[in-house]
Write a protein that binds this ligand. Structure first.
Ligand SMILES: Nc1ncnc2c1ncn2[C@@H]1O[C@H](COP(=O)(O)OP(=O)(O)OP(=O)(O)O)[C@@H](O)[C@H]1O
Ligand SMILES: [Mg+2]
Length: 309
């Protein structure tokens, strides 16, 4: 953490200059686009400008913050509220320092909090209304006699639809943030999601300890989306899911999630939002995702997430 003479505090970490067209550049651009701009911040369309004439603290150059055609000058930098999710790019000698990791974690945490809020609102509002609608229609269905066939049929259909809507809403809410993850952990949450799957699933887990919340959540969403896809698209007859902690060469552990269905294959991330969403979630915690889905099948999704063992 550094402090400027005016009291502004920031953290810096050095990385090599960002090379156009690389994954790193895409991440920076996405993070900049996703972060909300603080008031007064200006983007100017101009080539990066190595203007090293203002020095702060121990020789840190802060005059121009550049990123391929966009730059922030020192004045706009000083307007940044560092407590908000924001990527701070700082030109140092030859490289660019950035708070990319911190900012990305902030964004993911903010998205999680928002999902929890939506879950609560849906649970307390729409879900309760649907419960009472379904109950009232059930009572009407059971107690009304002497109606013409068409009216009776309409009540029955409305009752069935209300129950179906309730069940879909419950599935949706569960997918937003499964409460069982908080309470019992990944193992129990996966047992639940695989038990509810209409296609038989063979689940193997080796999870000796609880993992960081974000890692558990990403793993849970990977398995649920893969199962949903297997049911929706694959015409699979069985699915195998394997979730385990494995050691890595670096000494830091990994969580490996592999889901394979024996369906017809041909999964295409560009044809929907589920697989793309998974890739983004996985990337947000610095994990990797590989999809193998030749026409004729099988389909395998393999995800590795960093986590301490
Ligand atoms: N396991 C699978 N087997 C065969 N095809 C698949 C499988 N998973 C996905 N697909 C194909 O890839 C496409 C993209 O999947 P994706 O999960 O991204 O979107 P989706 O399931 O169609 O919609 P959603 O946004 O609700 O997930 C699907 O529309 C489907 O055609
Ligand atoms: Mg899908």
């Amino acid at each position: 953490m550094r402090t400027s003479p005016s009291g502004l505090r920031w953290t810096e970490c050095g990385i090599p200059p960002i090379v156009p067209g690389t994954l790193e550049e895409r991440r920076v651009v996405q993070t900049l686009a996703a972060a909300r701009q603080p008031p007064g911040l200006q983007h100017r369309q101009r080539a990066p400008h190595p203007d090293h004439d203002h020095h702060l603290g121990r020789g840190l150059v802060l005059s121009t913050i550049g990123l391929h055609g966009r730059y922030l000058n020192r004045t706009t930098l000083f307007g940044l509220d560092l407590h908000r999710p924001w990527t701070l790019l700082v030109l140092t000698g030859c490289g660019v320092a950035l708070l990319l990791a911190a900012s990305r974690a902030d964004l993911v945490a903010a998205a999680d909090a928002e999902r929890r809020r939506i879950e609560r609102d849906l649970h307390d509002g729409t879900q309760q209304r649907l419960v009472s609608l379904a109950m009232n229609l059930g009572i009407t269905r059971a107690s009304t006699t002497g109606l013409p066939d068409s009216a009776r049929e309409a009540i029955e259909n409305a009752h069935d639809e209300a129950k179906q809507a309730l069940s879909e809403l419950r599935d949706f809410v569960r997918g937003l943030h499964p409460a069982v993850l908080d309470d019992l952990g990944l193992d129990a949450a996966l047992s639940g999601v695989t038990a509810r799957c209409p296609v038989p699933v063979r689940l193997r887990t080796d999870l000796p300890q609880r993992l960081p919340d974000q890692i558990e959540q990403v793993a849970y969403f990977v398995v649920s989306e893969a199962l949903t896809n297997a049911v929706k698209h694959a015409e699979a007859s069985t699915v195998e899911a394997d979730v385990r902690q494995v050691p890595s060469f670096s000494g830091r552990g990994r969580l490996r999630v592999v889901v394979r269905d024996d369906g017809r294959g041909g999964a295409r991330p560009d044809r929907g939002s589920g697989l793309r969403g998974l890739a983004q979630r996985v990337a947000s915690v610095d994990g990797t995702l590989h999809l193998d889905s030749p026409l004729g099948g099988p389909t395998t999704i393999r995800v590795e997430l960093p986590c301490e063992l």
